[in-house]
Design a protein around this ligand. Structure first.
Ligand code: M6R
Length: 552
């Protein structure tokens, strides 16, 4: 963003309105012509969107057939022409937008203005959109944290609404009949700390170090102990547990990092509560399980943002099948929280960095907590987690920094685990891929011998996340690769067998087997972070990625 601002002299631009967009390419390659904002045929209208207009290809053909000038492949341009075609036919601007709304299929938030007018207009379908009311200015954004440094007074937009905004006031209308809607602004009270780096060089490092604090808040909230926790209450926990106890089948459903938390959760539920759970990637839930679920089943839909389209698609189908659907989300007020019978909050505050860290560990802590409750175990045993997280970071930081330069010489890595550490291995591999751009495959340690072993060459780094009860099995895996020249970096508690067999041992503090697997992800987060920085990348904003994926 800074590079673009410098190249196009943003600082010297004059005027009282502006539209900027950081594009995550869906239609059309990343290029200048596909960049937003886009103009209409004669340059009178300008607009930009966030999201995915699924009938973009058909619309572009229609626009060209109607004689409109289509310059790019981007669906954001289609949003502009969708309004233009009705303005050209003589419709009033609001009516043109209302008609365009009916033509645009998909999930998106869109802002548009006329060159010769001091107003801007915005509307959304599916995606998020908030209006910020500042001192002498108004703004809209698809991302609430982006406007919090500017103003705390906001209006949340719903689907089917159009906002017209001037520098000093806004007007909300219904798409259905164009009538004016009345909505009191709300004040966001959450602290600004979450949207500032607080002395850390990157949000990711700050969020890694916030893990103990948010885990503490989460445990307090889940136990209903903390009146100081303003973010949620614990009534939902009881509801979720009651349904889970009697469910025919439990499903944990998510994508990316949230899916990895589901994998860990399924292991905990089996090991701690004797309950079998099917953890599943949200898009695969649809063909593989949805046809077989019914009202006797319970699904927990897990999502940091609560806006991931793949998750919302699965939720919609599950609800149509009558399944009881609960959410586990960080962003309260998100689509997931509104669409489920009850959503448990992750209590993490804003997570700004694209790579999820603190929301992952709080997802895992929630699963541990629910498993304890189902098993009738005392959840106070979990109160040690936050301090252990701090201790882990303190212990592993120098160890991770020491191995970073040599691991960084490789562009191919593996990260292996077993049981609950399998989920941590997948998560560590995802972090490494996401922010170092190296290839790192996460895998069940026992699977490595079934093929990938052939990739091993001298010095090839393989990370092993070792839970205390699985050391014997992990050591077998370690020896299979070290005898072929690999470098085995074990992550686990101090253990003579790991010490003797692994090339390097990153030592975690002593805890219980379940907590140890959770702690094992922290050094992997740190390794990814340091490698990313060493490679000269910005770990907070990895190329090609977006924090929230509101597209299919
Ligand atoms: O908001 P969600 O948890 O639903 O997001 C799902 C994934 O896109 C997300 O976890 C992604 O994998 C992370 N950015 C990885 O760090």
């Amino acid at each position: 963003m800074d590079e673009v601002a410098a190249k196009y002299n943003f600082a010297e631009m004059t005027g009282s309105r502006g539209i900027t967009q950081l594009r995550w390419a869906t239609f059309g390659e990343p290029s200048q012509v596909n960049s937003q904002p886009h103009l209409d045929s004669d340059g009178d209208l300008v607009g930009a969107h966030n999201g995915n207009v699924v009938n973009n290809v058909e619309l572009r053909q229609q626009f060209m057939a109607e004689g409109l000038t289509v310059r790019s492949m981007n669906d954001g341009e289609s949003c502009v022409h969708a309004v233009e075609r009705y303005v050209d036919k003589g419709y009033d601007f609001i009516d043109a937008i209302r008609l365009a709304y009916g033509d645009l299929e998909g999930d998106y938030a869109f802002v548009i203005g006329r060159v010769d007018d001091d107003r801007l207009y915005a509307f959304k379908k599916g995606s998020g959109l908030v209006v910020g009311l500042g001192e002498g200015f108004t703004c809209v954004s698809s991302d609430l944290p982006s406007i919090l440094p500017l103003t705390r007074n906001i209006v949340r937009m719903n689907d089917g609404e159009i906002v017209t905004f001037w520098a000093d006031h806004v007007e909300l209308r219904s798409v259905k009949d164009g009538s004016v809607l009345d909505r009191e602004p709300e004040t966001v009270t959450e602290t600004m700390d979450a949207v500032q780096k607080g002395g850390y060089p990157h949000f990711m490092l700050k969020e890694i170090h916030e893990q103990s604090q948010v885990a503490r808040e989460l445990l307090h909230m889940l136990d209903g102990m903390s009146e100081a926790s303003p973010r949620a209450d614990s009534r939902g926990v009881q509801t979720v547990l009651e349904k889970m106890r009697t469910a025919r089948q439990l499903y944990f459903i998510g994508c990316g990092t949230s899916y990895h938390a589901c994998l860990a959760g399924a292991v905990y539920f089996a090991q701690i509560a004797g309950r079998s759970v099917i953890p599943v990637l949200a898009p695969q839930f649809v063909p593989q399980y949805a046809p077989a679920v019914n009202h006797e089943d319970v699904g927990l839909f897990v999502s940091q943002s609560g806006e991931t389209k793949d998750v919302l698609n699965a939720l919609q189908i599950a609800e149509e099948r009558g399944m009881t659907c609960f959410g586990l989300a960080n962003v309260i007020g998100s689509t997931l929280t509104k669409a489920t019978a009850c959503t448990l909050p992750l209590c993490c505050g804003y997570e700004i960095s694209v790579p999820a860290t603190k929301t992952f560990t709080n997802q895992v802590v929630t699963f541990l907590y629910l498993a304890y409750r189902l098993a009738g175990r005392d959840t106070k045993e979990l109160a040690v987690i936050p301090d252990l997280m701090d201790k882990t970071l303190e212990m592993v930081a120098p160890q991770v920094e020491a191995i970073t330069p040599s691991v960084n010489e490789w562009d191919d890595l593996y990260c292996l685990g077993y049981g609950a550490t399998y989920a941590m291995a997948l998560e560590g591999a995802l972090k490494l891929k996401e922010i170092t751009y190296a290839h790192c495959e996460g895998m069940l340690s026992t699977e490595f011998k079934h093929g990938p072993l052939s990739a091993v060459t001298k010095g090839f780094p393989i990370l092993f996340a070792a839970g205390p009860t699985d050391v014997g099995l992990i050591v077998s895996g370690i020896n299979e690769v070290t005898c072929r020249g690999a470098r085995a970096i074990a992550i686990g508690e101090e253990d003579a067998r790991l010490r003797a067999n692994a090339t390097d041992l990153i030592v975690l503090p002593k805890s219980t087997p379940e907590i140890a697997s959770l702690l094992g992800v922290l050094p992997l987060q740190l390794l990814s972070y340091h490698m990313s920085v060493l490679r000269g990348f910005d770990p907070d904003f990895p190329r090609n990625l977006s924090k929230t994926l509101t597209v299919d």
